[in-house]
Ligand binder design. Structure first.
Ligand code: GAP
Length: 518
């Protein structure tokens, strides 16, 4: 399959009002994006699909490994939590990347990402080594300089060059060597202050994940609802990370939305639930149209595992082959067995027992009931990125077809398409607009909860179809001269560009049938 162009996808996303650069009027702000009218609706449709398939009808009724329906309840917790939450979770001590600064240009770089051009082994030591960030303009710029200095260069990680030799290293954007500082830990959490005094005692953090809000309310949910383990708590919401190198459009942003499930189970059942969620989450992404070889499930190697996941069943990523990662893949969702790490930490830091009393376990008593068992549940966490999901769907849907009036179109699934249908009068006169407006109103009344229904009377009909193809709209209804005689309309199918004629009073039913299919 030919490689899709990220530049073209980004241009279409802007042109059709899916995604804009945040604060573009002021030159933009790195790592932040805004969703335009179609993007906001597409994002809502993906969020709603997750909510329906996770909270309202978990897993489409598929039973869990215990043979029972999967139970999940929703929650909506604050972005700002007590700062001790982030001490307990390990984010204050551990949520950091090693960074080096350039004293000359004031640029900051991820130490473990920096590479350098050095002479091939056995050659004279070079007076200068040329550091660069892969996949940025510094890579080719520094390579040219290195070729001039010592012919065909060798690429080495900056970390492999002893610190004593750093006075010879030319930083990626610097004019003279020796300007890089020692690596230092840089915390990815955004800091803010709660209250008016803004002293160090008032420091708070914007949450870097929605998960911790769930863990700290676990006890309240158990005490105030009828849930029983195994069950999950689900949350969708914003998360913030001061990423050092935000890049690849919305893929690595500083403000993004997560869709997370923390699924609590008995420790002895964690392996079964982990296997279940791995399979279920891939199945879900496939059901939305991320089919074929561009989607994969990858089990983490032992040395990749987060500190809380080392002893457990493992961690897997659902990955998509984005145009900027191809032929490799980028993470869309992580599924981690977090064991009881988070509940144990909060239990210790808050000095409150978070143990669960399971009345269905423990020794069988003579009266037929069970003695019960107290334990800290284990957690399986399927954690997905909403913005990355939207990006993957846009990349997957983007299609070039030079044979069409719209050589670029979006083959979005009917469930997710932001515009569900458009209604056009063939010409903006001869009584056609009256009929098209009535049909538009009828369709809107019936389908508004699913997405947008557009009405457009401007430009040639070919241009209007092309515009809707680019927006990913699956159906266009056109009122023409014949409509006024026999009360029929044409319906054009985006995927085939074919038209058929149906009775106008069947239009609602026609759309209903088709939108019910993916
Ligand atoms: N609670 C676990 C957790 O937060 P994560 O792998 O760091 O795990 C989960 O994040 C998901 O959030 C990722 O799979 C990704 O889709 C999304 N995500 C993480 N960082 C992101 C960023 N900087 N920009 C956009 N999405 C991001």
């Amino acid at each position: 399959m030919p490689q899709k162009s990220m530049d073209k996808i980004m241009a279409l996303a802007k042109r059709r009002g899916f995604i804009y650069q945040a604060s573009e009027l002021y030159g933009g702000i790195s790592g932040f994006w805004d969703y335009g009218p179609l993007g906001a609706q597409l994002k809502k449709n993906l969020r709603d699909a997750w909510w329906e398939d996770v909270v309202l009808d978990p897993c489409g009724g598929r039973p869990g490994p215990n043979g029972e329906p999967v139970r999940i309840v929703p929650i909506d917790t604050s972005i700002i939590q007590h700062p001790r939450v982030w001490e307990a979770s390990g984010h204050i001590a551990g949520f950091s990347d090693p960074m080096v600064d350039c004293r000359e240009t004031k640029q900051r770089y991820r130490f473990d990402h920096l590479m350098a051009y050095a002479p091939v082994e056995g050659r004279e030591p070079a007076p200068v080594l040329f550091a660069f960030m892969p996949d940025t303009p510094s890579e080719s710029k520094q390579r040219k300089k290195a070729e001039k200095a010592f012919g065909e260069p060798r690429v080495v990680p900056l970390a492999s060059i002893p610190r004593t030799e750093w006075d010879r290293v030319l930083a990626p954007d610097a004019g003279k060597p020796g300007t890089l500082t020692e690596p230092r830990a840089f915390n990815l959490m955004f800091r803010t202050y709660v209250g008016a005094t803004a002293s160090e005692d008032d420091v708070a953090y914007l949450r870097p994940e929605t998960a911790q809000g769930i863990f700290v309310q676990f006890k309240n949910v158990v005490d105030t609802t009828r849930v029983k383990v195994p069950f999950g708590i689900a949350q969708v919401g914003k998360a913030f990370r001061n990423e050092v190198t935000p890049r690849n459009f919305t893929f690595r942003s500083r403000e993004f939305e997560q869709m997370e499930i923390e699924f609590f189970c008995h420790p002895s059942e964690a392996h079964g639930w982990y296997a279940f969620w791995r399979e279920e989450r891939v199945r879900w992404w496939r059901s939305l149209g991320l089919a074929g070889e561009s989607l994969q499930l990858r089990e983490h190697e032992r040395d990749e595992l987060a500190h809380y996941a080392r002893e457990g069943a493992g961690t897997s990523d659902v990955e998509y082959r984005f145009p900027f990662t191809a032929p490799g893949f980028g993470e869309l969702e992580g599924i981690a067995h977090r064991a009881n790490f988070d509940l144990a930490q909060h239990q210790e830091y808050a000095r409150t027992s978070l143990e669960y009393f399971d009345v269905e376990r423990g020794e069988l008593l003579p009266n037929g009931s069970r003695k019960g068992e107290k334990y800290l549940p284990h957690v399986i966490e399927p954690s997905a990125g909403l913005d990355r999901g939207v990006l993957a769907l846009l990349c997957e849907a983007y299609t070039e077809d030079p044979g069409r009036a719209s050589p670029e179109l979006l083959l979005l699934s009917r469930r997710l398409a932001p515009i569900k249908a458009a209604v056009f009068p063939l010409v903006n006169k001869e009584g056609m607009p009256d009929v098209s407006e009535r049909l538009h109103a009828a369709l809107r009344r019936r389908f508004a909860r699913l997405g947008l229904i557009e009405h457009d009377a401007k430009q040639s009909i070919g241009k209007r179809y092309a515009r809707m193809d680019e927006a990913g709209c699956p159906f266009c209804f056109t009122i023409d001269g014949q409509t006024l005689q026999d009360q029929t309309v044409t319906v054009r199918d985006r995927d085939t560009a074919q038209q058929e004629r149906i009775a106008i009073d069947r239009a609602v039913e026609y759309l209903e049938e088709r939108l019910a299919r993916v």
